[in-house]
Design a binder for this molecule. Structure first.
Ligand code: PGA
Length: 260
């Protein structure tokens, strides 16, 4: 796991946007796994700007989003599909048929989840998976106790996540309790994982994820087993890392060819 510590949130977000730009420029038909949440919003804004400046062509990019609320239609204002439309899909030249999303209204959820897995496989697998992290250690919506080998399936949110995600819905009572999410195993199959976390509210979980035990209690800790995982954090989110100085040292002394 490579940990890149940036002085502030804006620089961490820029770094992640830069890594995504490089991926798309090097491989214009990249398969990207995408994340929602407040953390990646400035990353998507930066990608939109790069597109508008003619630096990024999304026409051959294929996307798979991590998760969606069960019971919400794609056009619901709080759906993750709607979020992506607002922040990225509606502003770049992605080809609609290349956009993949779990269907919150799927009638047969297990069959739909199996189809989603098959679609990822059919696209050749995910080249780069963008991730956030929940304060409880979730990636995607793989809440604590999720199998570290799990595949796309339905999950029940923790009360903490319901509370954390209530903003769009007005009150926690309105937040769906269930979601469809790629599994930890699905995420682990991506060729590269790129996790962004900013702010002091994430400091505890970043330390547990990167330096604690690998445990289903912190599903993101499975990333310690990923052969190619980059974690980009700001100083606030890095504050509780024991090896803080060492990560900085590694980053500063990297041979140029090894940089993401
Ligand atoms: P956040 O969510 O970016 O809104 O903090 C992260 C997550 O739940 O994965």
């Amino acid at each position: 796991m490579e940990i890149i510590i940036k002085p502030n949130a804006a620089e961490a977000q820029q770094e992640v946007a830069r890594i995504l730009r490089r991926q798309i420029q090097r491989q214009p038909d990249s398969v990207l796994g995408l994340a929602t949440g407040s953390t990646p919003i400035p990353v998507y804004a930066a990608l939109v700007k790069m597109h508008q400046q003619g630096e990024l062509d999304f026409s051959r990019v294929i996307t798979f989003n991590l998760d969606e609320y069960v019971g919400l239609a794609a056009d619901h204002p709080c759906s993750y599909r709607g979020f992506m439309q607002q922040h990225l899909f509606g502003k770049v030249n992605l080809t609609p048929k290349n956009i993949h999303f779990p269907d919150g209204l799927a009638k047969d959820v297990p069959a739909h989840c199996a189809e989603y897995e098959a679609a990822i496989g059919g696209a050749g697998g995910i080249d780069l998976q963008l991730l956030g992290i929940g304060r409880d250690g979730h990636i995607g919506f793989n809440e604590p106790s999720s199998s570290l080998a799990s595949r796309t399936r339905i999950k029940t949110l923790t009360p903490q996540t319901v509370k954390d995600n209530a903003k769009c819905f007005g009150s926690p009572d309105q937040v769906p309790r269930h979601v469809i999410t790629m599994g930890v195993g699905t995420i682990m199959d991506s060729r590269h994982c790129l996790l962004l976390a900013t702010g002091e509210a994430k400091a505890d979980v970043i330390a547990r994820m990167a330096e604690g035990a690998i445990t289903a209690d912190v599903p993101a800790s499975a990333l310690q087993m990923h052969p190619s995982c980059t974690v980009v954090v700001d100083e606030a989110a890095a504050a509780k890392l024991k090896r803080h100085e060492y990560y900085r040292w590694v980053y500063e002394n990297k041979p140029p060819w090894q940089r993401v």
